[in-house]
Design a protein around this ligand. Structure first.
Ligand SMILES: [Cu+2]
Length: 164
Protein backbone atom coordinates (compact mmCIF):
# COMPACT_ATOMS: atom_id res chain seq x y z
CA UNK A 1 0.00 0.00 0.00
CA UNK A 2 2.78 2.34 0.89
CA UNK A 3 4.44 1.66 -2.42
CA UNK A 4 1.31 2.45 -4.41
CA UNK A 5 0.89 5.73 -2.56
CA UNK A 6 4.48 6.62 -3.35
CA UNK A 7 3.97 5.92 -7.04
CA UNK A 8 0.81 8.02 -7.11
CA UNK A 9 2.58 10.88 -5.41
CA UNK A 10 5.38 10.69 -7.92
CA UNK A 11 2.92 10.72 -10.81
CA UNK A 12 1.18 13.76 -9.36
CA UNK A 13 4.47 15.54 -8.87
CA UNK A 14 5.27 14.95 -12.52
CA UNK A 15 1.87 16.11 -13.72
CA UNK A 16 1.53 19.22 -11.59
CA UNK A 17 4.20 21.52 -13.00
CA UNK A 18 2.76 21.40 -16.50
CA UNK A 19 -0.78 21.98 -15.28
CA UNK A 20 -0.19 24.53 -12.57
CA UNK A 21 2.86 26.55 -13.49
CA UNK A 22 1.79 29.85 -14.94
CA UNK A 23 5.17 31.42 -14.68
CA UNK A 24 3.81 34.92 -14.27
CA UNK A 25 1.54 34.58 -11.30
CA UNK A 26 -0.31 37.79 -11.96
CA UNK A 27 -2.56 37.41 -14.93
CA UNK A 28 -2.98 33.72 -15.45
CA UNK A 29 -6.42 33.37 -13.95
CA UNK A 30 -8.68 31.16 -15.96
CA UNK A 31 -5.88 30.05 -18.24
CA UNK A 32 -4.36 27.14 -16.42
CA UNK A 33 -1.88 25.15 -18.39
CA UNK A 34 -0.46 28.03 -20.38
CA UNK A 35 3.09 27.63 -19.21
CA UNK A 36 5.27 30.53 -20.32
CA UNK A 37 8.28 29.28 -18.39
CA UNK A 38 9.79 27.73 -21.50
CA UNK A 39 10.21 31.19 -23.00
CA UNK A 40 13.70 32.62 -23.00
CA UNK A 41 14.72 35.34 -20.59
CA UNK A 42 13.26 38.54 -22.00
CA UNK A 43 15.99 40.65 -20.41
CA UNK A 44 18.27 40.24 -23.40
CA UNK A 45 16.26 42.99 -25.11
CA UNK A 46 15.41 45.05 -22.03
CA UNK A 47 12.67 45.06 -19.44
CA UNK A 48 9.28 46.51 -18.66
CA UNK A 49 9.63 50.21 -17.94
CA UNK A 50 8.03 52.72 -15.62
CA UNK A 51 5.68 54.97 -17.67
CA UNK A 52 6.63 57.90 -15.42
CA UNK A 53 10.24 57.54 -16.59
CA UNK A 54 9.51 57.42 -20.33
CA UNK A 55 11.59 59.97 -22.24
CA UNK A 56 9.31 59.78 -25.25
CA UNK A 57 6.17 58.32 -26.66
CA UNK A 58 6.09 56.57 -30.00
CA UNK A 59 2.76 55.97 -31.68
CA UNK A 60 2.56 52.93 -33.93
CA UNK A 61 -0.50 52.41 -36.10
CA UNK A 62 -1.54 48.90 -37.05
CA UNK A 63 -3.78 47.85 -39.91
CA UNK A 64 -4.05 44.93 -42.39
CA UNK A 65 -1.50 43.94 -42.48
CA UNK A 66 1.27 46.33 -41.54
CA UNK A 67 2.63 48.88 -39.12
CA UNK A 68 3.12 52.48 -40.20
CA UNK A 69 6.63 52.38 -38.73
CA UNK A 70 9.45 50.29 -40.21
CA UNK A 71 12.46 51.11 -38.07
CA UNK A 72 13.14 52.57 -34.65
CA UNK A 73 16.46 54.00 -33.51
CA UNK A 74 16.80 54.31 -29.76
CA UNK A 75 19.45 55.02 -27.19
CA UNK A 76 20.71 52.42 -24.74
CA UNK A 77 18.98 52.88 -21.42
CA UNK A 78 16.05 54.80 -22.87
CA UNK A 79 12.57 54.17 -21.55
CA UNK A 80 9.94 54.55 -24.25
CA UNK A 81 6.17 54.35 -24.12
CA UNK A 82 4.62 52.86 -27.23
CA UNK A 83 1.04 53.60 -28.12
CA UNK A 84 -0.41 50.93 -30.38
CA UNK A 85 -3.36 52.29 -32.34
CA UNK A 86 -5.31 49.55 -34.05
CA UNK A 87 -6.80 51.21 -37.12
CA UNK A 88 -7.60 47.86 -38.66
CA UNK A 89 -10.40 45.35 -38.57
CA UNK A 90 -8.42 42.53 -36.94
CA UNK A 91 -6.68 42.17 -33.58
CA UNK A 92 -3.07 43.29 -33.64
CA UNK A 93 -0.09 43.30 -31.30
CA UNK A 94 2.99 45.37 -30.82
CA UNK A 95 5.69 43.21 -29.28
CA UNK A 96 9.35 43.85 -28.56
CA UNK A 97 11.82 41.02 -29.03
CA UNK A 98 14.16 39.47 -31.52
CA UNK A 99 13.91 36.91 -34.30
CA UNK A 100 14.24 33.97 -31.89
CA UNK A 101 11.57 35.35 -29.58
CA UNK A 102 9.08 35.92 -32.38
CA UNK A 103 9.78 32.54 -33.95
CA UNK A 104 8.74 30.91 -30.68
CA UNK A 105 5.90 33.28 -29.84
CA UNK A 106 4.23 33.25 -33.26
CA UNK A 107 4.30 29.45 -33.17
CA UNK A 108 2.63 29.46 -29.77
CA UNK A 109 0.00 31.93 -30.94
CA UNK A 110 -0.77 29.74 -33.95
CA UNK A 111 -0.82 26.55 -31.87
CA UNK A 112 -3.02 27.96 -29.11
CA UNK A 113 -5.43 30.51 -30.56
CA UNK A 114 -7.78 32.12 -28.11
CA UNK A 115 -5.43 31.75 -25.16
CA UNK A 116 -4.36 34.70 -23.03
CA UNK A 117 -0.90 35.45 -24.38
CA UNK A 118 -0.29 38.49 -22.19
CA UNK A 119 3.40 39.14 -21.73
CA UNK A 120 5.28 42.16 -20.39
CA UNK A 121 6.87 42.93 -23.76
CA UNK A 122 3.65 42.83 -25.78
CA UNK A 123 0.72 45.23 -26.16
CA UNK A 124 -2.44 43.94 -27.81
CA UNK A 125 -5.29 46.02 -29.22
CA UNK A 126 -8.64 45.08 -30.67
CA UNK A 127 -9.94 46.94 -33.75
CA UNK A 128 -10.42 50.62 -32.97
CA UNK A 129 -8.68 50.33 -29.62
CA UNK A 130 -5.40 51.63 -28.26
CA UNK A 131 -2.90 49.85 -26.04
CA UNK A 132 0.21 51.14 -24.32
CA UNK A 133 3.51 49.49 -23.52
CA UNK A 134 6.46 51.03 -21.72
CA UNK A 135 9.83 49.38 -22.21
CA UNK A 136 13.34 50.17 -21.00
CA UNK A 137 15.96 49.38 -23.65
CA UNK A 138 18.74 48.49 -21.25
CA UNK A 139 20.64 46.41 -23.80
CA UNK A 140 22.51 47.71 -26.85
CA UNK A 141 21.75 45.71 -29.95
CA UNK A 142 19.51 45.02 -32.90
CA UNK A 143 16.02 43.89 -32.02
CA UNK A 144 12.60 43.62 -33.63
CA UNK A 145 9.09 44.76 -33.05
CA UNK A 146 6.31 42.68 -34.49
CA UNK A 147 2.72 41.52 -34.40
CA UNK A 148 2.40 37.88 -33.38
CA UNK A 149 -1.18 37.36 -34.51
CA UNK A 150 -1.22 34.21 -36.66
CA UNK A 151 0.32 34.92 -40.06
CA UNK A 152 0.99 38.61 -39.48
CA UNK A 153 4.73 38.33 -38.80
CA UNK A 154 5.12 36.20 -41.90
CA UNK A 155 3.27 38.87 -43.92
CA UNK A 156 5.79 41.45 -42.83
CA UNK A 157 4.08 43.01 -39.85
CA UNK A 158 7.39 43.73 -38.16
CA UNK A 159 10.21 46.24 -38.04
CA UNK A 160 13.67 46.79 -36.64
CA UNK A 161 14.77 48.35 -33.36
CA UNK A 162 18.35 49.56 -33.23
CA UNK A 163 19.56 50.42 -29.72
CA UNK A 164 22.86 52.31 -29.56
CU1 LIG B 1 -1.23 42.05 -36.71
Amino acid sequence: MHKITTILAAALALALPAAAADGHGGHGGGHDGHDMSHMEDLSRFGQAGDPAKAVRTVTVKASEIAFDVAALELKTGETVTFVLENDGTQDHEFGIGDAAFFAAHTKMMADMPGMDHAMPNIAAAKPGETARLTWTFSKTGDFEFACSMPGHYELGMKGTISVR
